[in-house]
Design a protein around this ligand. Structure first.
Ligand code: AMP
Length: 519
């Protein structure tokens, strides 16, 4: 059996890892010899309507030169049915397809490094990703020609790699601030048992937002120096965004830095101090602090009950993050965690655990949901749901549509929960199940992620039925409707996801990608 790779498909950077003969996860370097690959695609148009996508560092370097041909931060668009990228060559791509192009390049690089074909992978997602985004990630893998064994939560992956590498026990808080998303997760590690207690996050909060704030700050300084409408020019914005990220990284080690640029042909120079940067991004850091506190409160855990704090994601290199977390927790953070590599390594561990009996030669056997044996040790991994799932029912008192939560967020997965319901009128012949995400009782403030209608015999009003949602380890939902009058199940169904590509479009996209040259 070929090797199973673990992929951290990040907003700004990706990493790939595999379990080596030593039984430890190791990062697979890309073609350029780097441990991470920027999640950037340059759509090169060499004529005849054909795109030749370039992925990674070389694409990122050309972002400012070709702002119209570049796609960055596509992870933020996953599961958005309306988003498309139109290439200069005249082709249209969904976010799943752009992600698939990145994944295909990662697959090619891994195959080159390992000297064998790679088909199976575990791909990580932010814990706070919802159903549409998880489904979109799986579809991207499929389009890229990968068999996605699992989508694994990034903080859980980081904890797995930490646990495998350091053999620790206790309560662990993972603070994961990446390029585009923030997750905070509290878990218990007991020998090789990993039990997630609670998770929260913000899928639109990451290094990218810190870059944006700094870019706005620099633009204001430029305008104070006489430059006009700095952020109205897409080429200037692309240049400034890149320079803002470089300045941000410089401020990790230096107290001040300079940003040089030209607007309308005139050169400008702006000095930025670490203090300026920390001031203009204070509200973003504060938001992460609130989410950390809310996870602790929700799981009724105080800082004295937290044994280890892990910082994961490139943005945790900012000194203010470490200072804030240490100040808040009153303890030092674990230093032997590589913020760029831990997630991919954990995905590789999960890959080995999910590999099944065929991987017996490397000592791995599948023993249960998400767990398994690695290096002779049995692992169990219990994760939780990051979103509440509900159903729209008619409230019998008010006669109004109401969202009723079926599975509460932070429930253990895999899991199954039910709510009772009744037919609404005489001779009703169908049951419509609208699956929602969110906690509010008002349907206006939750997201309908899919629906399905099942036929029933023409029952009188008030016939009892039961709606059951089952969540698997990938947080994929299966719905079952039980007819209590007939005493039988009306069936189990996967929901038709309103925000995702349908199966035939995924198949067509996979065929299109197969014939594409990706470098
Ligand atoms: P990730 O998605 O985990 O690879 O995180 C990438 C994010 O980390 C990007 O927003 C980077 O700008 C940010 N990052 C990487 N290195 C540093 C650094 N030295 N200082 C501040 N931010 C960094």
């Amino acid at each position: 059996m070929s090797k199973i790779i673990g992929i951290d498909l990040g907003t700004t950077n990706c990493a790939v890892a595999v379990i080596k003969e030593s039984g430890k996860p190791e990062i697979i370097k890309n073609q350029e010899g780097d441990p991470t690959t920027p999640s950037v695609v340059l759509f090169q148009d060499f004529g005849e309507g054909v795109d030749e996508p370039l992925v990674g560092t070389l694409a990122k370097r050309q972002a400012a030169l070709y702002p119209d041909d570049i796609v960055q931060y596509v992870k933020r668009r996953m599961g958005d049915p309306d988003w498309r990228f139109d290439s200069t060559a005249g082709n249209e791509y969904t976010a799943e397809e752009v992600s698939a192009i990145i994944l295909k390049r990662l697959k090619q690089d891994a195959e080159m490094a390992l000297g064998e074909e790679v088909t199976d992978a575990v791909i990580t997602v932010p814990a706070y990703f919802d159903d549409a985004r998880r489904t979109a990630t799986k579809q991207a893998g499929k389009i890229a020609g990968l068999n996605v064994l699992r989508v694994l939560n990034e903080p859980t992956a980081a904890a797995l790699s930490y646990g495998v590498n350091s053999e620790v026990s206790g309560t662990v808080l993972v603070y994961d601030l990446g390029g585009g998303t923030f997750d905070v997760t509290l878990l218990k590690i007991n020998d090789s048992n990993f039990e997630v207690i609670a998770t929260d996050g913000d899928r639109n909060l990451g290094g990218f937002d810190f870059d944006n704030e700094l870019m706005t700050f620099v633009a204001e300084q430029l305008e104070a120096q006489g430059a006009k409408d700095v952020l109205d020019d897409t080429a200037v914005v692309a240049d400034l965004r890149e320079k803002a990220e470089i300045a941000k990284k410089s401020l990790t080690t230096m107290a001040s830095t300079k940003v040089q640029t030209s607007v309308n042909g005139k050169p400008y120079k702006v000095t930025v101090t670490r203090e300026d940067f920390e001031k203009c991004t204070a509200s973003l850091l504060e938001r992460t602090k609130e989410l950390v506190e809310s996870v602790l409160a929700e799981s009724k855990t105080s800082w004295s009950g937290v044994d280890h704090v892990l910082l994961v994601g490139g943005s945790t290199r900012m000194p203010m993050v470490k200072a804030m977390v240490e100040d808040l927790s009153g303890k030092g953070v674990e230093l032997d965690v590589n913020p760029d590599e831990a997630v991919a390594q954990g995905a590789a561990v999960q890959g080995a655990l999910s590999g099944g009996p065929e991987t017996a030669s490397s000592g791995n056997f599948l023993v249960g949901d998400g767990g398994g044996v690695l290096n002779g040790k049995t692992f169990t991994i219990a994760d939780v749901t990051s979103q509440s799932l509900g159903v729209i029912l008619v409230d019998s008192d008010s006669n109004r549509d109401t969202n009723v939560v079926v599975i509460e967020r932070n429930s253990k997965i895999p899991g199954s929960h039910s709510v009772p319901a009744f037919t609404l009128f005489d001779r009703q012949t169908g049951i419509n199940v609208k699956v929602t995400e969110g906690e509010d009782t008002d349907p206006e403030f939750v997201t309908i992620i899919g629906e399905s209608t099942l036929s029933i015999p023409p029952y009188p009003k008030g016939a009892p039925i039961e709606i059951t949602y089952s969540y698997d380890i990938d947080q994929t939902i299966v719905v079952e409707v039980f007819d209590h009058t007939a005493g039988k199940s009306l069936g189990t169904f996967d929901i038709d996801r309103v925000a995702n590509m349908d199966e035939s479009s995924v198949g067509a996209a996979a065929v299109r990608l197969q014939s594409m040259e990706i470098s």
